[in-house]
Design a protein around this ligand. Structure first.
Ligand SMILES: [Zn+2]
Length: 447
């Protein structure tokens, strides 16, 4: 805007004359929008996907995530078992011969998946990606599985467990959901300690910081391309900036026992979080954050709001750290998109691509792609829901929703004369593949 106001009158006139009347944008699409949609959909289907966020794996593999579903989870309409789109997905991927998921029918699908699991071959999930034209897929898992091909699936490991080194009984008993989540964080921390040969918690904060930094570096050497935080499920995404002495005193007080007050625990977490932001910057390891509504009765929309991260994202000390707003902040996706104006902040649209129908997701994409199109990335959030409805069908649903919604959004923009068809295809490539390829192609992780 600033530059426009500073253009001289003569230059403005020249600009106005350079644009023909045909380039004037309109609030309504013209009659050619459906044909444009079909043309663009064909081109979009040919673009390989780079999936920024997923949980690939079989249904009984507890490493697909570092947390588990809370005891009493409500399902949104589209993700309930009886969504007929899952039948379409199973037909497309496996030639599923039935039109419903009655238990005797669903068994056909579960048997197939069990056979694939027994074979132990990494070809199975590669073939799923091939069928959906997915080139590369980030696998956000506690640990990788031997049945995933690391050339196609790249590991995104978890960082939340470092927040919970002390006696967690108050945290665990705070809600029924935390009763599920926190013991799993303790288990994750124990696995990291074993990995690093750390028997007991280090005697002082310096030792704990070294343990945290070394684990991040070691996970990167083991193929990790990013570090993920599900912190929004456990605490506020607002991280204060406490002095090291405060954290040091808290660590000294509780590392060998005693239950920290909620305030002490939070201050310690805020400090250790900033150690991880610093280390992630040094390692060139992008940080992923769950930024969207979450499951369970106790997920706080207010604490999980993406704007809580603003002080960290805009902090000049962290300009070398890359931040990725996973799930694009939904339902606060505009706020998330505006935060990607910061040069080291990106977002993905995973989960939205499963939760929202194409007509709804179309409007989201139409907005996002006209803001900072070099910062938006495709994502699925594919997850194994059950023996029959696996990550496979979930991959299909996200890819289908995204391609059709994207074709619709771009067709409208072209038809309304906002952008050219050529520009539309360029935006599609950036979002579906190129932005992510550029981002992870530059990370220091082993490939
Ligand atoms: Zn996820």
């Amino acid at each position: 805007m600033k530059s426009l106001f500073h253009v001289s009158g003569v230059a403005l006139l020249a600009l106005a004359m350079a644009g023909s009347a045909g380039a004037q944008s309109s609030p309504y699409p013209t009659a050619d929008v459906h044909k444009l949609y079909q043309d663009l959909l064909g081109k979009i289907n040919a673009i390989p996907l780079y999936d920024n966020h997923s949980h690939p794996g079989f249904a009984d593999d507890t490493d697909v995530d570092a947390m588990a579903a809370p005891p009493d989870e409500s399902s949104v309409l589209r993700l309930s078992d009886d969504n007929p789109e899952f039948v379409t997905a199973a037909k497309a991927l496996f030639g599923y011969p039935y039109d419903d998921f009655k238990p005797e029918h669903a068994k056909w699908l579960a048997d197939r998946k069990n056979a694939a699991k027994k074979s132990g071959s990494s070809a199975y999930f590669d073939q799923i990606l091939d069928k959906l034209n997915v080139e590369t897929c980030l696998a956000n898992r506690a640990f990788m599985a031997p049945y995933l091909d690391t050339k196609r699936f790249q590991w995104v490991f978890f960082g939340d467990s470092f927040f919970y080194p002390f006696d967690n009984r108050d945290q665990t008993s705070s809600t029924p959901d935390m009763g599920v989540y926190i013991p799993l964080q303790e288990k994750m921390l124990a696995r990291y300690k074993k990995q690093m040969g750390v028997e007991a918690l280090p005697a002082d904060l310096t030792g704990y910081e070294a343990f945290v930094r070394n684990t991040l570096a070691d996970n990167q050497k083991r193929g990790g391309v990013a570090i993920k935080y599900e912190a929004a499920y456990f605490r506020s995404l607002y991280f204060s900036d406490p002095p090291r002495e405060r954290a040091e005193a808290i660590y000294a007080k509780y590392h060998s026992g005693g239950v920290p007050s909620a305030d002490d625990y939070r201050i310690f977490q805020d400090y250790i979080f900033r150690v991880m932001v610093d280390q992630a910057g040094k390692l060139k390891l992008p940080m992923h954050f769950h930024t969207a509504v979450g499951i369970g009765d106790y997920f706080s929309l207010r604490q999980g709001h993406v704007l809580n991260l603003e002080n960290v994202l805009r902090d000049p000390r962290y300009h070398n750290t890359t931040f990725v707003l996973v799930h694009g902040g939904w339902p606060y996706e505009k706020e998330a998109a505006l935060l990607t104006a910061v040069k080291n902040v990106y977002l993905d649209t995973s989960f939205q691509s499963e939760l929202l129908y194409p007509s709804q997701f179309k409007d989201v994409l139409k907005q996002l792609l006209t803001l900072f199109p070099d910062k938006m990335m495709y994502g699925s959030d594919a997850f194994p829901f059950s023996d029959a409805l696996g990550a496979e069908e979930s991959f299909w649903l996200a890819a289908h929703t995204t391609r059709t919604a994207l074709a619709g959004a771009l067709a409208e923009l072209v038809s309304e004369r906002a952008i050219t068809q050529e520009k539309a295809v360029e935006l599609a490539r950036l979002y579906l593949h190129d932005n992510a390829k550029k981002l992870y192609g530059n990370t220091g992780g082993a490939k």
